[in-house]
Design a protein around this ligand. Structure first.
Ligand code: HEM
Length: 154
């Protein structure tokens, strides 16, 4: 039970670091530098290729978060958990839905825009991705804080 919980929490934390840390880096470091230093024909293919790689890892993190979270919640604690875990699950559901939207709509449009060298369409797609990633970053920080600090607020 203790070893299982330790493994589940470690995987849960690892997935959190990958997803939330990746969004923080993308928003506060990569985006601003790329915006300042590169013109659209260089910037947009670069961002498209960065998302190709990062979004694959986000899918891994999403699966890991749900699997490890449900394992802790249902498997280890038997579903009897405090308000902060329910809040975490609700926020995680919103974050997962937003990420799925980004992946299937504006990220696809970005790939098509870059392939067609349509920098206006690609730029519009990046602007949508940026706004949604910023919302998900805020939600992710709150969710991670709830997950780690919530148990002390019962
Ligand atoms: C973006 C999504 C999520 C993030 C960022 C997140 C983050 C965290 C963090 C940072 C912890 C604290 C780990 C520790 O004790 O060191 C945690 C704990 C936990 N998470 Fe999540 N989590 C997410 C989604 C989920 C989901 C989907 C579930 C359930 C299906 C879940 C269930 C739990 C449970 C049961 C705990 C243990 C809470 C406790 O012992 O007080 N989490 N989470």
């Amino acid at each position: 039970m203790t070893v299982q919980l330790a493994v589940a929490i470690a995987l849960h934390q690892l997935a959190t670091v990958i997803w939330v840390g990746g969004m923080f880096f993308a928003h506060f470091a990569l985006r601003q530098s790329a915006q300042r230093r590169l013109e659209p024909p260089q910037r947009l293919p670069l961002l498209s290729s960065v998302f190709d790689r990062f979004f694959r890892w986000v899918w891994v993190a999403v699966v890991l978060l749900w699997a490890s979270g449900l394992w802790i919640f249902l498997g280890i604690y038997g579903g009897a958990m405090a308000w902060h875990v329910h809040a975490m699950m609700t926020l995680a559901l919103v974050m997962t839905a937003l990420f799925a939207y980004v992946y299937f709509v504006p990220y696809r449009a970005l790939g098509q825009g870059v392939a067609a060298q349509d920098w206006v369409a690609a730029g519009r797609a990046v602007a949508t991705i940026r706004r949604i990633v910023l919302v998900n970053l805020g939600l992710g920080i709150v969710t991670a804080m709830l997950g780690s600090a919530g148990r002390y607020l019962q």
